[in-house]
Design a protein around this ligand. Structure first.
Ligand code: FES
Ligand SMILES: [Zn+2]
Length: 124
């Protein structure tokens, strides 16, 4: 059997309402992961690309967050309606979607302008 070629990790972390960092899946239904699973199947990506449930990916302020390996492409604020485009363009086509990509300057950066201090309103 062939090895997997791509993994899509979809944050499904649930936090209590009002948590200062928010969370990617407040409903806890894994709807985004299910959408990726279905779309991969529909696109014929079959057993070679997997949509994996992930815990917090530490990019909460940009969530819902998705990361695709081996490309290492990080997408933020991913909505259900973005899923088919991500599969077609990025998973199949290798293209990075500039409107969804989380900038390098935000990744793992505690000083990211989207992180808010307690009581502060985030900038985006
Ligand atoms: S809760 Fe999704 S990245 Fe932290
Ligand atoms: Zn940021």
């Amino acid at each position: 059997m062939s090895a997997f070629t791509q993994h899509i990790f979809i944050c499904g972390n649930v936090r209590t309402p009002g948590h200062k960092r928010g969370c990617c899946d407040p409903e806890g239904h894994q709807a985004l992961r299910e959408a990726f699973k279905n779309e991969l199947k529909n696109a014929g990506c079959g057993p070679l690309a997997r949509a994996n449930h992930a815990g917090c990916l530490e990019q909460c302020e940009h969530g819902p967050t998705v990361v695709i390996y081996p490309q290492g492409v990080w997408y933020g604020h991913v909505r259900l309606e973005d899923v088919s485009r991500i599969v077609a363009k990025t998973v199949v086509g290798g293209e990075i979607l500039s409107d969804l990509v989380i900038p390098d300057s935000c990744l793992n950066n505690p000083a990211c302008p989207h992180r808010k201090a307690p009581g502060e309103v985030p900038t985006a």
